[in-house]
Design a protein around this ligand. Structure first.
Ligand code: SF4
Ligand code: SF4
Length: 128
C-alpha cells in the first residue's frame, strides 16, 4: 500500500479522481469489498511516489481520519497482506497468469519518511 480508507469515509468522491494510478474504488464498484466506504487497492497504490510530495487522495479528502497510513506494499509485509486478503480487509486482484498480486509478485513504492510505528497505528495521512 499504501494508504487505507476507514469507516470515517463519507463517500463524497473527492479522492478517487485525484489518484494518479486509479487505485481508489467507489462504494458501488463491484471490486470494492465494502458497501459503505471507498477502498484503496493496496496492490495499486504507490503512495503518490513519483507523482506528488504527499498522497493526493488525502489532500482532497475533507474528512479527518478517513485516509490513514497502512504498511508498505513490500515483501516484508507479505504475511500481513496475505492475512488481510483472507480476512476480507483487502480484495487483492488476481492476475490470470501471475496469480494474486501480493507484494512478492509486484511490490510498490512507498514514502520512506513515514515510520513503521505510524503505519502500524494507522495514523491520519493528513497529519504528516
Ligand atoms: S496515496 Fe496516491 S497512489 Fe495511493 S491511493 Fe492515494 S492518491 Fe492513489
Ligand atoms: S475523499 Fe475521503 S470521505 Fe470522500 S470518498 Fe474519499 S476517503 Fe471517503
Amino acid at each position: 500500500m499504501a494508504v487505507m480508507i476507514t469507516d470515517e469515509c463519507i463517500v463524497c468522491d473527492a479522492c478517487a479522481q485525484e489518484c494518479p494510478v486509479a487505485a481508489i474504488l467507489a462504494d458501488g464498484d463491484e471490486k470494492n469489498p465494502f458497501d459503505e466506504k471507498y477502498y484503496v487497492k493496496p496492490e495499486s497504490c504507490v503512495e503518490c511516489v513519483g507523482h506528488a510530495d504527499a498522497p493526493r487522495c488525502a489532500e482532497a479528502c475533507p474528512t479527518e481520519g478517513a485516509i490513514v497510513w497502512d504498511m508498505p506494499y513490500t515483501t516484508d509485509y507479505e504475511a500481513y497482506y496475505t492475512a488481510g486478503h483472507e480476512s476480507g480487509t483487502y480484495a487483492i486482484r488476481e492476475h490470470k497468469k501471475k496469480g494474486i498480486m501480493f507484494p512478492s509478485v509486484k511490490a510498490q513504492p512507498f514514502m520512506e519518511n513515514i515510520d513503521i510505528a505510524t503505519r502500524e497505528a494507522h495514523g491520519n495521512v493528513g497529519n504528516f
